[in-house]
Design a protein around this ligand. Structure first.
Ligand code: MLT
Length: 315
């Protein structure tokens, strides 16, 4: 009888609202992807509401840990990014095992980053920014969202490429970080185009370069040089977002969520909204859980040594 009841419950999943945990503050790039995806996912999940819960802190690892410890019933999911691949090297006591404490439900998008600065910076392009940085060593505040954040990884690589140490100011997400950048409390930040495109277009922040190896198609960002062409040879950072459930979530449920995700990712309006902000929706095999997991494994192998070489870690 129990098995029959369980099967019946699976068939009707979801019968109540589904929560997607976003491990950063509301309003940032991860939150924006999650809320946009949640609205599109809802239509594919019996029109059940899909609610976002922001659990910020420790560069996204607190939110990830919360989901890893949640009941594996399909009602608590995690939308996270490249931090899943960098946190294992950054945290000596990570409160979860990245590859074994989650079911991998599919990769969602890939997002370039922009190097931006407060509008009052006396630099107008990357060359003059570099001059300003060299003239202000020891006095530069670089904002990020904590160890494990995409902005942390990009900022770390940027400091290494310039061989300049900056004071890093951590926030619970790049939405609050952006508020301080707009207010001139911090000097520069490396953040995803989903959070910076509008601020760049309205001139509220200065944009200096993009972190991908190819310039961006978004008209307002196309004029920005890549950091690689601007002199930081080989600089190449693209952020990605994936969807996860706690380990042990029944396959019938994870299959249903993955099928709903595939339909959501094929939604033309979702594509248009995301692409207007510079994000690229994943359309290859990584939308499947197995390939998503393989990709994260490869990203852990790629970024681990880079992080370890930087000697940055948290206990
Ligand atoms: C956010 O959503 O605030 C960002 O993903 C933070 C980051 O990872 O830089």
């Amino acid at each position: 009888l129990l098995a029959a009841t369980a099967t019946a419950a699976l068939a009707d999943y979801p019968e109540k609202p589904v929560t997607i945990v976003v491990p950063f503050a509301a309003g940032g790039p991860t939150d924006k992807v999650a809320r946009d995806l949640a609205e599109t996912l809802r239509k594919q999940l019996n029109n059940q509401s899909v609610v976002i819960e922001n659990v910020g802190g420790a560069g996204g690892t607190l939110g990830a840990a919360k989901v890893a410890k949640s009941s594996p019933d399909g009602y608590t999911l995690l939308l996270h990014h490249i931090g899943m691949a960098t946190s294992p090297a950054l945290y000596r006591k990570l409160p979860y095992e990245t590859l074994t404490d989650f079911e991998y439900l599919g990769l969602v998008n890939e997002v370039p980053m922009t190097l931006i600065g407060r509008s009052t910076l006396p630099a107008t392009d990357f060359a003059s920014l570099r001059t300003w940085i060299n003239a202000n060593k020891g006095k530069i505040n670089l904002a990020n969202a904590g160890l494990g954040a995409a902005s942390h990884l990009c900022g770390l690589l940027f400091q290494q490429a310039l061989a300049v140490d900056m004071t890093t100011v951590p926030y619970k997400g790049t939405a609050p970080a952006m508020t301080d950048l707009l207010g001139g409390q911090v000097d520069i930040m490396c953040d995803q185009t989903t959070n910076t495109t509008q601020q760049i277009e309205t001139g509220k922040v200065k944009a200096f370069a993009v972190t991908t190896t190819k310039r961006l198609a978004t008209p307002s960002l196309a004029k920005l040089p890549t950091l690689d062409e601007a002199g930081l040879k080989g600089f190449n950072v693209t952020i990605w977002h994936g969807l996860y459930a706690p380990k042990g979530t029944p396959k019938a449920v994870t299959d249903k969520i993955n099928a709903a995700l595939r339909k959501a990712l094929a939604d033309a309006d979702f594509h248009k909204r995301q692409e207007a902000l510079g994000a690229v929706i994943v359309t290859d095999a990584r939308v499947g859980g197995a390939e998503h997991k393989k990709f994260v494994e490869a990203e852990i192998a790629k970024w681990g040594p880079v992080i370890k070489a930087a000697g940055q870690y948290a206990d």
